[in-house]
Write a protein that binds this ligand. Structure first.
Ligand SMILES: Cc1cc2nc3c(=O)[nH]c(=O)nc-3n(C[C@H](O)[C@H](O)[C@H](O)COP(=O)(O)OP(=O)(O)OC[C@H]3O[C@@H](n4cnc5c(N)ncnc54)[C@H](O)[C@@H]3O)c2cc1C
Length: 454
């Protein structure tokens, strides 16, 4: 492959951007790569932020993989933090970028460009975040500010707006310092991405840890007096608080892409092909600003997850460096820790599968994480979601105090490889009393499902 010294511009410095920059430079050291990030930090573990707020991880420095200086030195890419890219001019192959500290804008050329602008926290009213006791938890700076606020003001009554995985992680994070926590959620049960049985188990776990959950409570307003939020108004009542966390989900950050006429899909994310190319020549996109293909339904979905952003970044980097790499799409594999529970889900939910045209059959089992006689064995709930026609597994939920997340990964591999339930029932899974019973819970679920399917 011919190596050339092209100018590569990367916009966004958390997961997809740095992954692409490092990969492209490793493959082609002649590339001049510049990474622009409007914030002050790059390359950090967003997913660890709830544990930093909850003091499980005491020091925020430990969730930073590379400082800008380290990244420049170790990866050989120029890093410009506190630089915001305001515009992409594809017809001139230039960007307009503002140095935020100097408040100075300039035009810079690119040969190839990667948009890795990620996601932003969904906020029905952007003014809410201006209240001194309202926080979102999107950027590292948000987490640092929240932790400082907690240490200084010792809030006694917290409202978390949103009962998805970040809302639940934040409930646990606040529970050590704040005695009164309520989650307000628009749907009846928490974790709308899971099956109803799983949602009920999660609700019980919240109750067990004295977290109040109010469902069917979409937020319509936050009352703010003298710069402090006092109440949250929902269709299911008005709630007082001295701390409010916005955890209402994410939306793709695509303003500069749309202004450059880069195509976005129905989910709002930038449309990319399997090489991470957009519809505009020499412009790639990766990570939480894009939509991705669900390989089970073959439909585009919006799924802003860290492992996906990193992989898409790598693929984009390889292609920018001249290789021909493809991203296969995703099964959707996710897990969240809710106090003592691991709650994991893979593939499609049953309602989603039906909408995608599958004839859905489900089966649920309760098994044990280890041999039942071995100390510490925990009950594990598994629900299989299957296609009646092909007998393929197309989704699953797993919840337990141990052994749910790792088993979800096994099922993700099974789904990715289009295994049917009979194949899964014959998987050569280990038996060792401290780790698994002789019939691993996955085999128990598969065998029970086979009976149902026949
Ligand atoms: C609290 C929390 C917990 C999470 N937990 C998990 C988890 O457990 N597992 C999991 O898989 N995922 C998790 N995620 C999701 C995961 O962190 C994201 O999917 C991932 O960070 C996406 O990476 P990204 O690089 O695509 O985008 P982002 O992380 O959103 O980064 C994009 C960056 O681009 C910058 N930017 C945007 N526009 C511009 C511009 N015009 N100019 C310059 N810079 C710009 C932004 O400032 C931002 O820093 C979590 C997210 C949060 C917030």
């Amino acid at each position: 492959m011919k190596k050339t010294s092209k100018n590569i511009v990367i916009i966004g410095g958390v997961a997809a951007g740095p992954a692409a920059a490092a990969k492209a430079k490793r493959i082609n050291p002649d590339l001049n790569i510049t990474l622009f990030e409007q914030g002050e930090f790059i390359s950090y573990g967003t997913c660890s932020m709830p544990y930093y707020v909850g003091d499980v991880i005491p020091d925020y420095q430990s969730i930073i993989t590379f400082t800008p200086e380290e990244f420049q030195k170790k990866k050989g890419c120029a890093v410009r933090t506190l630089h915001r890219v305001d515009e992409i001019l594809p017809h001139r192959k230039k960007i307009i970028v503002t140095d935020i500290k100097k408040n100075k804008s300039s035009e810079l050329p690119y040969d190839q460009l990667l948009i890795a602008t990620g996601a932003r926290a969904r906020m029905p009213n952007p003014a809410w975040i201006n209240a001194r006791n309202v926080f979102s938890i999107k950027h590292l700076r948000d987490s640092i500010a929240l932790k400082e606020h907690i240490a200084l003001h010792r809030p006694q009554k917290a409202l978390i707006l949103g009962g998805g995985f970040i809302g639940l992680e934040m409930a646990e994070a606040l529970s050590k310092s704040c005695p009164d926590i309520t989650i307000l959620h628009r749907s009846p049960l928490p974790m709308t991405t899971m099956e109803v049985e799983s949602q009920k188990i999660i609700l019980d776990e919240l109750k067990r840890h004295r977290i109040r959950f109010i469902g069917n409570a979409p937020v319509s307003d936050i009352q703010i007096k003298d710069g402090l939020a006092t109440e949250v108004v929902t269709t299911n009542g008005i709630f007082e608080a001295d701390l409010i966390i916005l955890a209402m989900g994410f939306e793709p950050n695509t303003t500069i892409a749309k202004n450059a006429r880069i195509r976005c899909g129905a989910s709002g994310g930038i449309v990319v092909d399997s090489h991470m190319r957009t519809n505009v020549d020499n412009i790639y996109a990766a990570g939480a600003c894009t939509e991705i293909r669900n390989i089970i339904s073959n439909k585009p979905i919006y799924l802003p997850l860290g492992h996906i952003a990193n992989k898409m970044g790598w693929i984009a980097g390889e292609n920018i460096a001249g290789e021909s790499s493809e991203f296969p799409g995703v099964v959707r594999t996710a897990a969240v820790k809710i106090f003592d529970l691991e709650a994991a889900s893979v593939g499609l939910r049953s309602a989603e599968a039906e909408l995608s045209g599958f004839r859905v059959v489900t089966e649920s089992v309760m098994a044990y994480s280890r041999s039942k006689s071995y100390p510490g064995a925990k009950p594990i709930f598994i629900k299989f979601i299957m296609d009646k026609l092909t007998k393929r597994l197309i989704g699953a939920d797993l919840i337990a105090e141990e052994g749910a997340a790792s088993r979800a990964n096994i099922l993700s591999v099974a789904i990715q490889n289009q295994m049917n339930v009979s194949d899964i029932s014959r998987l050569d899974l280990l038996y060792s009393p401290p780790f698994s019973p002789v019939w691993d819970p996955i085999l128990v679920a598969a065998n029970r499902s086979l009976k149902k399917l026949s």
